[in-house]
Design a protein around this ligand. Structure first.
Ligand SMILES: NC(=O)c1ccc[n+]([C@@H]2O[C@H](COP(=O)([O-])OP(=O)(O)OC[C@H]3O[C@@H](n4cnc5c(N)ncnc54)[C@H](OP(=O)(O)O)[C@@H]3O)[C@@H](O)[C@H]2O)c1
Length: 253
């Protein structure tokens, strides 16, 4: 199958592991993050995958939307491919502290990166590829924290809950269309990345919240980024992908 995947947040953590797992001969991968990743470039050269790494700060929502629109032009043959996939993975911890205590700028930054940018990118992806004859898929990486609030992490939880709501609405819009796009907000489980390391060290979190993250780590409950990437990509290949627009990677088939 000839396919193009557009992936945000591939420079580190789970996004980098997803990118590595996607890079095969003839695959086309476009990534978007602030910093390029040398390891991905090396793997792309070794395996004959076409990799384009775009530097973008997704806090700039208008730019993210424009970049999404411009991205397809980088792959002139995109209309003849079999499948197009958008994976919105980039994320930030957001400010820690009670809702009234964290800065407005940090709150807005968090919503821009993790809620508004994936929303506008998905909208543009759907619009630009409207007449595409092959299969299209959208995956937004969500979090259990958007479904069950964690104390003193309201910016993060709000962004993920908004993303869930958007995916639910956008997926509903697809129902009944001739070539509907499955759109899924997926909670990926708990993964040992910079995000978790930051949470364990975040002194602005209430002690019990920080200790919960430390306990998860000490009990060996964190997945490696590679294991998480494998589960996510397997989930995306499931027959029922899209049947639940707000989903968890651990959902039974
Ligand atoms: N780790 C977990 O336990 C866990 C649990 C549930 C959900 N998640 C979700 O999984 C996703 C990946 O998280 P992770 O743990 O892999 O995080 P991570 O290791 O901190 O990586 C975050 C990625 O997002 C990119 N990013 C951050 N801010 C950005 C910005 N302003 N513009 C563009 N790109 C930006 C980073 O690239 P640059 O710094 O180069 O920009 C990096 O590639 C996130 O959506 C996160 O919320 C993680």
């Amino acid at each position: 199958m000839k396919e193009l995947t557009i992936l945000t947040g591939a420079s580190r953590g789970m996004g980098q592991a997803i990118a590595k797992a996607l890079m095969k001969e003839e695959a086309i991968l476009i990534t978007m993050q602030r910093h390029p990743c040398e390891a991905l470039q090396e793997q792309a050269q070794a395996c004959g995958c076409q990799l384009i790494q775009l530097a973008v700060d997704l806090a700039d929502v208008q730019k993210a939307a424009q970049m999404m629109a411009d991205t397809l032009a980088l792959v002139p043959q995109w209309q003849s491919l079999d499948r197009l996939t958008l994976i919105c993975n980039a994320g930030v911890n957001g400010p820690a502290g009670f809702a009234e205590d964290t800065s407005d700028d940090e709150f807005i930054f968090t919503q821009n990166v993790m809620a508004l940018s994936p929303m506008v990118m998905t909208r543009r992806f759907l619009r630009e590829t409207k007449d595409f004859k092959g299969k299209r898929r959208v995956l937004c990486i969500s979090s259990g924290n958007g479904r069950n609030p964690v104390m003193a992490l309201s910016a993060y939880g709000t962004a993920k809950a908004s993303l869930d709501a958007f995916c639910r609405c956008a997926a509903f819009d697809e129902t009944g269309k001739a070539n509907p796009v499955p759109i899924v907000a997926l909670a990926p489980g708990i993964i040992e990345t910079d995000m978790q390391r930051h949470s364990r060290a975040e002194m602005a979190l209430p002690t019990e919240v920080r200790e919960k993250y430390i306990r998860y780590h000490n009990e060996g409950r964190l997945m490696t980024p590679e294991a998480a990437a494998e589960k996510i990509l397997a989930y995306m290949e499931r027959e029922d992908f899209g049947s639940r627009p707000v989903a968890d990677v651990r959902d039974p088939v």
